[in-house]
Design a protein around this ligand. Structure first.
Ligand code: NAG
Ligand code: NAG
Length: 371
């Protein structure tokens, strides 16, 4: 694990150069740290250290991750959105996962990744699949890192780093729906007593508390990523009962209800917490557009997983060593039943960096970095 991380960071400079060329936007180095919170969409290897079924530290995960094509615990074939954003805003090294024993002392001055596959806003989310770090726990971990940074560089420099030079990103919520409210059969009794409105409200009120905690722990530039069109991931398509559309409509409706409340929350916090800049990313809009117009983006398949074992859409069983892998990953929107390919992640990251206020509000990441 250590050596993989170390090798990765050595080659990061090369990757950054390639990225800058491909994005062509000539960004200047404007941020010095990235603190990443979320679920498997941005996990950088925390679940390698947890007792859980939700793991990505075996092949074929990482099959396109430069330069060694090795699994690292990232739930995709290459880099995550958080990896790509970090490189683009000027971080020189790979941000270590919190549970990696090397994530301490000076190593954390460029940020830490607390994200965990299966993690959600609610403490009970994903319990069925084993251990994960929920958002409460992730922020507890961050408060330890914050102390660590204060001990390393002193209070004044630490506050400058956290408040001015760091990007905080939160990508969470999908699992609260997928692995809590929408589990086939198991969730049916829960849905009978908790209405969708009540459930969404409980998620938002938990989110409000956690984002406030982050602010009181000196986070200022905070990117909040909404929940994607979860009804269109291969796993959910397998459950779709609708004949007109192949996406699972209930899941998408729930996500949209949540997203519109989340946007209000972000605006509420921006105006009530002094000096904060909360940015709301409508990744749902970006991903829906990619799925709808996939050919325009150069994809050939937008409904099925590249790494597949069973199901009409390859969505019934998680990606595993025995699975069949598509030969050209760049032609698939989805890597496995749940997660986008690196190619899709690059398109999403590009919109977050340079997109307009239809997809990222009130400013994009490039502007946030310089704010
Ligand atoms: C990042 O750190 C360097 C070196 O300490 C400093 O010169 C630079 O101003 C920092 N970046 C920002 C955005 O503050
Ligand atoms: C996200 O974008 C979609 C499509 O552009 C739009 O319909 C939706 O209202 C947006 N959601 C929020 C909460 O901003």
């Amino acid at each position: 694990m250590y050596s993989v991380m170390r090798m990765l960071s050595k080659f990061l400079v090369t990757i950054s150069v390639c990225l800058l060329m491909s994005f062509g936007s000539g960004s200047s180095s404007t941020l010095n740290a990235s603190f990443i919170f979320g679920d498997s969409l941005v996990d950088g290897g925390n679940n390698d250290y947890l007792l859980t079924l939700s793991k990505a530290n075996y092949p074929p995960f990482g099959i396109d991750l430069s330069p060694h094509r090795q699994p690292t615990g990232r739930f995709t074939n290459g880099r995550t959105i958080a990896d790509i954003l970090g490189q683009e805003v000027g971080l020189k090294n790979w941000v270590p996962p919190y549970l990696d024993p090397s994530a301490t002392g000076p190593a954390v001055l460029q940020g830490v990744n607390y994200a965990s596959g299966g993690g959600g806003l609610l403490k009970k989310t994903g319990k069925f699949f084993g251990a994960s770090l929920n958002l409460y726990t992730q922020i507890d971990c961050y408060s330890k890192t914050r102390q660590d940074i204060i001990s390393t560089v002193g209070r004044t420099a630490a506050l400058r780093l956290l408040r001015k030079e760091a990007l905080f990103s939160v990508t969470i919520g999908s699992n609260d729906f997928i692995n809590n409210y929408l589990i086939p059969i198991l969730s049916v009794p829960r849905r009978a007593v908790i209405s969708p409105e009540m459930f969404v409200e409980s998620l938002i009120s938990s989110y409000r508390q956690q984002l406030k905690r982050l602010y009181y722990l000196d986070a200022r530039k905070i990117l909040v990523v909404n929940v994607g069109p979860i009804g269109c991931i291969p796993y959910m398509r397998e459950q779709s009962l609708s004949s007109s559309t192949k996406c699972f409509d209930l899941a998408n409706q729930l996500a949209e209800n949540f997203n519109s409340r989340l946007k209000d929350l972000v605006q509420e916090l921006s105006s009530s917490l002094d000096g904060s800049i909360f940015v709301y990313a409508n990744v749902s809009s970006i991903v829906s557009d990619i799925i709808r117009n996939y050919r325009h983006y150069g994809f050939e398949v937008a409904d099925s997983a590249c790494c597949r074992t069973a199901g009409r859409y390859g969505g019934l069983i998680p990606c595993c060593p025995k699975a069949k892998i598509c030969s050209d990953r760049t032609k698939y929107v989805f890597w496995d039943p749940y997660h986008p390919t690196e190619t899709a992640n690059i398109l999403i990251a590009k919109q977050l960096l340079d997109g307009n206020s239809n997809v990222i509000f009130p400013m994009n990441i490039r502007q946030l970095a310089q704010a």
